[in-house]
Ligand binder design. Structure first.
Ligand code: SAM
Ligand code: ZN
Length: 235
């Protein structure tokens, strides 16, 4: 229950939007609709019972699974220790991410006591760095399987952070919760970017900051050109 405790007052039920939570037998439950939130392999499940664009989101999750399976077949099967190094790893994606993370950590600090949400956290490498810098950090991803790989971080380093399966377009947090919301290469994966931005804006405290790095906003990466359209909308 430890990793949940600092967040119990900040949760918002993804089904009925109540922020009245109780704890029963170590599990949080919504006092209004009665939903009990389960945990498996260290990940707490906070997806709404009805997910918008569920089919597409599940397809993306399957896509990542297939990609990892294909890489494994091709001989790339990273040991768990690799997840301790990220983003400091000699691969172009991570080299860029490491460069930007350094700027983010410097620009957004000091981090001690700040509430930080990492959206689309996957293996939680950024959540780890925010935690090490002193933040109360929480990682959220639609796909729990990638966050399970972050267990080695929690088992090895003297830090603690919460991992939630949730939908970035429907955040299970109250208004005005976070000092900072961060994401790396995630916005362009959302099916409804405008809705995700509304949720980011709702859950940030007044004066809180959103930091997004490594985003691909140009076609043909977004085949429906939704993201392209979005770049013309200032926020
Ligand atoms: C390109 S990966 C980036 C992962 C991580 N930020 C990194 O840099 O290694 C995109 C991530 O966004 C997550 N994602 C996509 N749609 C999401 C949604 N609606 N809510 C939460 N996470 C989502 C995916 O599951 C995936 O883990
Ligand atoms: Zn509820």
């Amino acid at each position: 229950m430890n990793e949940l405790s600092p967040w119990l007052k900040s949760f918002q039920c993804p089904d009925c939007q109540s922020s009245q939570f109780d704890v029963d037998d170590e599990q949080p439950l919504c006092s209004h609709c009665g939903r009990v939130f389960e945990c498996s392999k260290g990940i707490w499940h906070f997806l709404p019972s009805t997910v918008a664009h569920r089919e597409g989101k599940e397809r993306e999750k399957e896509g990542w699974k297939r990609r990892f399976e294909d890489e494994k077949k091709a001989g790339w099967d990273p040991p768990p220790e690799l997840y301790l190094q990220l983003p400091h790893y000699p691969y172009p994606y991570y080299e860029e991410a490491a460069k930007y993370l350094k700027i983010v950590l410097k620009y957004g600090g000091p981090w001690r006591g700040k509430k930080v949400l990492e959206l689309g956290a996957a293996e939680c490498w950024a959540t780890r760095h925010f935690s090490e810098a002193g933040a109360d950090a929480v990682a959220l991803d639609y796909d729990p399987s990638r966050m399970i790989k972050a267990q080695i971080i929690l088992d090895t380093l003297p830090i603690r952070f919460l991992r939630l399966q949730g939908d970035g377009e429907h955040l299970p947090f109250e208004d005005d919760t976070f000092d900072c919301i961060f994401c790396c290469s995630v916005l362009h994966h959302f099916f409804d970017v405008q809705q995700a931005i509304r949720e980011i804006s709702r859950t940030l405290k007044p004066g809180g900051i959103f930091l997004g790095i490594h985003e691909a906003f140009n076609p043909p990466i977004s085949p429906e050109e939704k993201s392209w359209e979005y770049t013309r909308t200032p926020f």
